[in-house]
Write a protein that binds this ligand. Structure first.
Ligand code: SF4
Ligand code: SF4
Length: 295
C-alpha cells in the first residue's frame, strides 16, 4: 500500500547545490492537469504523507492551491513542503494564503549543510544561510506553531562540520537530521571517504550525547550512525510504500533509480531494478536504513 508520495513540482531553482542535479534536467514543470489526475488516483487514497519539492517549490505557480488540493484529496496525509527558503517574502505569502486547517497539517523542511560560509558554498549561493535564517525567524514569528525541520546532507566536504551545523540548527530553534548523498553525474569527489565517515560519526555521536535518548532527534542520529556502520538495512519501499513523481509527470522508482519509470496512470507498473536489491545503489541505500529521512 502506498503511504508516501513525493512530488517534484519543477526542476528550476535559484540555488546551485553541489549535490543536486536538477539544474541539468531541463525546464519541466508539473502540469496542472497532471496534478488533478494524480489527486484522483485510487491507489493513493490511503496516503499518510505528501511532500512537495523541486527544484524550488516556491517558484511553482499556484503552489498554495496545489497544497490545499492535496489536503482535500488525501485527508489523512501529513503535508510536507521542502524549500531552501531563499525568499522570505515568498514563503510568508504562501503560508498566509493557506487555510488554517491546512497550515496545521504542514511541515516545512529545509537544509542546513554547515555553518554560514560552508552552507553557502554547499548551496552554491552567497547569502543562502542568511536567507534561511531570516526566513525561519520570520515564519516562526508569524506562525509560532509551524512544524519545521532541517536536514544536513553529509559529503566529504562538510562531514567534519556536522556537529557545528547541528548546534546551528538548535540556535535557529529547528531540529537538524542527517541524510546522505544521492550520487549523480556531478557529485564525484563528494562521496564520504573513510576519514570523512569517521569525522561524521564523531559529530553524530557528540550530538546524540546531547539529546534526550528517547527523542526523535536522537533516533535520527542513531539511524545515521547505524548506516555508517553498515546496517541494519530494512525492506525497500520504492514503488511499494512510497512513490516519487517527476516534474515531467512520470513516477520514478527512487532517488537512486530515476531511470526506472511508470506513467502517471499506472503507478503499480514500477518495478525494482532487474538485478533486484543487490545493485551498487541498493547496497549503499540509506533509504533502507532511514525511512522518511528524505524529509
Ligand atoms: S535548493 Fe534543492 S533543488 Fe535547489 S539546487 Fe539545492 S538541492 Fe537542488
Ligand atoms: S536504491 Fe534500491 S533499496 Fe534504495 S530505495 Fe532505491 S530500489 Fe530501494
Amino acid at each position: 500500500m502506498i503511504r508516501d508520495l513525493h512530488i517534484e513540482l519543477l526542476h528550476s531553482c535559484p540555488l546551485a547545490c553541489l549535490a543536486c542535479d536538477h539544474r541539468t534536467l531541463g525546464a519541466a514543470r508539473l502540469k496542472p492537469a497532471a496534478v488533478s489526475a494524480l489527486y484522483a488516483l485510487p491507489e493513493l487514497k490511503g496516503l499518510e504523507l505528501v511532500s512537495f519539492s523541486g527544484g524550488e517549490p516556491l517558484l511553482y505557480p499556484g503552489l498554495g492551491a496545489v497544497i490545499a488540493g492535496a489536503a482535500a484529496a488525501f485527508p489523512r496525509a501529513a503535508l510536507v513542503l521542502l524549500s531552501s527558503l531563499y525568499d522570505t517574502k515568498k514563503a510568508l505569502r504562501l503560508l498566509r494564503r493557506l487555510p488554517p486547517p491546512v497550515l496545521r497539517r504542514l511541515h516545512l523542511g529545509s537544509s542546513l549543510d554547515g555553518p554560514a560560509g560552508l552552507h553557502d558554498e554547499m548551496r552554491g549561493r552567497p547569502g543562502a544561510f542568511a536567507a534561511l535564517k531570516a526566513s525561519l525567524a520570520a515564519l516562526r514569528a508569524e506562525f509560532p506553531g509551524l512544524s519545521a525541520g532541517l536536514t544536513f546532507t553529509a559529503t566529504r566536504r562538510n562531514a567534519a562540520s556536522f556537529y557545528e551545523a547541528w548546534t546551528g540548527g538548535r540556535l535557529l530553534g529547528v531540529p537538524l537530521a542527517p541524510q546522505f548523498l544521492v550520487a549523480n553525474a556531478g557529485t564525484a569527489g563528494l562521496e564520504l571517504d573513510a576519514a570523512a565517515g569517521r569525522a561524521l560519526a564523531a559529530g553524530l555521536r557528540r550530538a546524540a550525547g546531547e539529546c534526550a535518548p528517547a527523542s526523535r532527534e536522537a533516533a535520527n542520529l542513531r539511524q545515521a550512525l547505524d548506516f555508517l556502520a553498515g546496517g541494519p538495512a530494512g525492506a525497500c519501499g520504492a514503488g511499494a510504500s512510497f512513490l516519487m513523481l517527476s516534474p515531467e509527470g512520470e513516477f520514478y522508482l527512487c532517488p537512486f533509480h530515476k531511470d526506472i519509470k511508470a506513467p502517471l496512470s499506472a503507478p503499480g507498473a514500477l518495478r525494482p531494478p532487474a538485478a533486484g536489491h543487490r545493485s551498487r545503489h541498493c547496497a549503499d541505500c540509506f533509504l533502507r536504513c532511514a525511512k522518511r529521512q528524505m524529509i
